[in-house]
Structures are given as C-alpha cells and as structure tokens.
Design a protein around this ligand. Sequence first.
Ligand code: AMP
Ligand code: MN
Ligand code: MN
Ligand code: MN
Length: 288
Amino acid sequence: MVSPPAFPHFLSIDLHTHSTFSDGVLAPVELVQRAAARGVRVLALTDHDATDGLDEALRAARACGIDLVPGVEISVTWNEQTLHILGLGIGHRDAGLQQGLAGLRREREARALQIAARLDAAGIPGSHAGATRHAGKAIALGRSHFARFLVQQRHVRNADDAFRLYLGAGRPAYVAPAWPCVETAVAWIHGASGQAVLAHPDRYRLSPRMMRSLFMDFRQAGGDGIEVNAEGRFPSSTQVRLALEFGFALSSGSDFHAPGKNVPDLGEVTAIPEGMPAIHLRLRAAAA
Ligand code: AMP
Ligand code: MN
Ligand code: MN
Ligand code: MN
C-alpha cells in the first residue's frame, strides 16, 4: 500500500488562486506566467466575488500554452458563519452569475465602510482610503486590504495579527456580513455551467457533527465537490472519506495569494490519488 505524502507536493493542476482583482498581489498575467514557469498545466483563477481578471488570465494562458479554468470564490453565510464556495469552469459572462456577484460586491463596499468606522472608533483613522490604496484593481474591498493597511501603518506586525487583533470574527473591527446562502451560490454557479466546490472545509473549525451537517446541506444544494487540501495541509482521511461517502468529487488548489514563507506557492497542492473522483476530470469532460 502506498501511504499518502505528509506534505503537499508538486502537482500540475491548481484549482484555487487569487489575483489583484481580489486580494492576491499578482496581476492575472503575472499569476499565469508564474504558474507556467512552475510547471502548472491547469490553473483556475478564483478571485473573491469577482471574475474581472479572467479575460486577461485567459489571454495570458493562451500565450503560455496552459489551460486556464475560469473560476470564482463566492462568499456565503451558513449557520451564521462565512464559508467559501468555488465556482469552477464557469461561463463567466452569465447574466445571473454577474448579477449575483454585483450584489456581493455592494455588500463588500457597505461592509468596508463599517469596518473603517470601527477602526476609526478604535483610534485608527484613514483606513478606508488606506485599504483602497492596497486594493489594486480589485473592484471591492476585502479584509486583506485593511490588513495590509494596518501592517503598513505599523498598527500590527503582520496580517495574522491584523486578523487576530482587529478584523477576525469577534474582534473590534469585525462586521458580520450578510452573504447569500449556500443554495443561492450553487444555483448561480450551475446557471453559469460551472462546478460548485466547497472551499477549504478544514478552515471552518467545525465539529465532526457540524461538518457532516454542512456536507449534507451542500449536497442538498446540489454541490459537486469538496476541496481537500487548503493551505497544503494533507487532508485528514476522515474528511476525504466523508466527501466520498456523500458522493462529492475532490478538488485541490493552493489558494495562492502571494509568494511567501510558509504558504503554498502555485502548484503546491496535494495530489488526488489515482482512481478517486477528481473535479478536474469532470471539468475536462464538460469542456470536451
Ligand atoms: P474577506 O473575504 O474580505 O472577508 O477576507 C477574507 C480573506 O482574508 C481570506 O480570503 C484570506 O485571504 C484573508 N485572511 C483570512 N484570515 C486571515 C489571516 N488570519 N491572516 C491573513 N489573511 C487572512
Ligand atoms: Mn483571500
Ligand atoms: Mn477562501
Ligand atoms: Mn481563496
């Protein structure tokens, strides 16, 4: 029997990445070129609640000879908690999807004003303008942009502390967003002919019972797959077993935002063992 690797290892398929059109630091063309240089052959760009980087990424991928999967990472609220659902292989011009994403970005803008007001109250002025400076081409602000502002202004030492002290759930500048529900996000993705994948379930801090309940709801909503290796951690076999028990395909991606220490680079994802239902095989079948 072959035992699974203890660390993420290099794979030529990476189905979860970010660009400057959300909270990544590389422009789509830079992202695609870096992926190609690292030997990635199939790359999904999955910016938060936006698809505006996809046309540039598709052009760059054609030039580099790699396969670009149009994607998006949609914020949803489940059980009063924020979860992320990836749409992979989407027809990103779909009107229903775009209308939904536009609503999410309005929610982001409203939330950003509230975050800034809370930071004001905590004695940190100017954060909305500051975050906007860090937002690049992103058309809606996220907490990562505020985190970069807080680090740059030396209110905190690093992004982790920015979330731990200010932006994370329950902290002074946290604003609970009203994202759409799981069913709605899956319906937008399916309406645009994409596959709906629950992103990084291991990051939601759910008890085994709640994880099962989430998988149940995700299946009920029509979800297609589960991401098994967020942040390069090898998925616990229980998580994989649960995904297979529910009939989900498996997906893997680096969730790359920026080059850095202790974070997976492009293509640093756990391979899905041969013979298991992999979402990229379904994407290939759908594209054929
Ligand atoms: P938002 O979607 O605007 O609420 O921001 C969530 C994003 O913040 C995630 O996609 C991550 O990129 C980033 N993030 C969340 N937690 C942390 C953390 N502890 N340290 C650094 N970045 C984080
Ligand atoms: Mn992010
Ligand atoms: Mn995410
Ligand atoms: Mn992500």
